[in-house]
Design a protein around this ligand. Structure first.
Ligand SMILES: C[S@@+](CC[C@H](N)C(=O)[O-])C[C@H]1O[C@@H](n2cnc3c(N)ncnc32)[C@H](O)[C@@H]1O
Length: 298
């Protein structure tokens, strides 16, 4: 244990260098390090990895050793030579063939989200998203800014699916939904298009994109379309009741600032929006995971 000053400086360095850790992860995924090691019959040395990826020997060795320190790779030394293999973490989440692969999410974070976060101070100053600064597109029309090209739209959709591969099953088991014969998972232009008739509407990671005013408008539309006795299931990352935690959700809320028109909210804030739209019997899922569900009835 160092002095309090040492500890404080250590923490500062960890925060200041945090982006380098993200970039090691993004670069190793982009280059195909984890897929290569998953396919190799045995651990590979840096020279073999570099030869198969077509990368520099020097850069590859540095990257692999950084991955090993981050526990993204396991390293064993034989006759003075390091050989690298995937860890349980990388085999589960960083290999394309894994059913829980997060590669598309990491690609989206590295190529889109990261560039918007470079303008966080400006986002805080202006109180709005940074597609203009990051990509030179007007940020007034959120749909047009998020889906700038077909490639970007697909990358975003695939990234979203990665998260449900990990959290979806548990979240959908939060409430007994068997009493709702027809369930509609809302997407697309739900502010304008007629909503299909259903007993339950799912709004997953939708309300956090929008201002309170837009949320109220959307929830009123859902309430109107909903059959009597039906309901709405809101799935979001929830802030603590005082808004001062947990840190991942606070960071997501800042992410909503740099990428959308919305914010993350507390359960009470979602309850108020749902009640104002006419919903009642509002129940919290209480899973305390990264995402949680709130069920409300018409
Ligand atoms: C963050 S995605 C969530 C998708 C899905 N429910 C999930 O959890 O993976 C937001 C959804 O809002 C829809 N949407 C409607 N209007 C939008 C707009 N102006 N900008 C971005 N997304 C919009 C998108 O089609 C998309 O389905």
């Amino acid at each position: 244990m160092g002095s309090p000053e040492d500890q404080a400086f250590g923490l500062l360095s960890e925060y200041a260098n945090g982006f380098m850790v993200s970039q090691v992860l993004f670069a190793a995924c982009d280059l195909g390090v984890f897929d290569l090691l998953a396919q190799a019959p045995e651990p590979l040395g840096a020279a073999a990895v570099a030869a198969r990826l077509g990368t520099s020997g020097h850069g590859t060795e540095l990257l692999l050793d950084a991955c090993a320190s981050l526990r993204l790779l396991a390293v064993e030394t034989q006759a003075g030579q390091a050989a690298y293999a995937n860890t349980a973490l990388s085999a589960a989440y960083l290999v394309s063939a894994s059913p829980t692969s997060q590669l598309d999410m990491l690609r989206y974070l590295g190529r889109t989200t990261y560039l918007c976060w470079a303008h966080l101070a400006e986002a805080v100053r202006q109180g709005r998203n940074q597609y203009g600064q990051a990509f030179g597109v007007p940020s007034g029309d959120l749909f047009a800014a998020v889906y700038r090209s077909e490639g970007e739209r697909l990358r975003f959709m695939r990234a979203l699916q990665d998260v449900w591969r990990v959290h979806g099953r548990r979240l959908m088991a939060t409430f007994d939904l068997s009493t709702f014969p027809v369930i509609c998972d809302l997407g697309g232009d739900f502010f304008k298009d007629p909503l299909p008739e259903a007993d339950l509407y799912i709004l997953a990671r939708v309300l956090h994109d929008w201002t309170d005013q837009a949320c109220s408008q959307l929830l009123a539309r859902v309430h109107q379309a909903c059959r009597a006795g039906g309901g709405v299931l809101v799935v979001e990352s929830l802030l603590d009741s005082d808004g001062r935690g947990p840190l991942p959700t606070q960071l997501y809320s800042l992410n909503m600032l740099v990428q959308t028109e919305g914010r993350e909210r507390t359960p009470a804030q979602y309850h108020a929006l749902l009640a104002a739209a006419g919903f009642r019997d509002i129940q919290d899922g209480g899973t305390r995971g990264l995402y949680d569900a709130i069920l409300a009835r018409k």
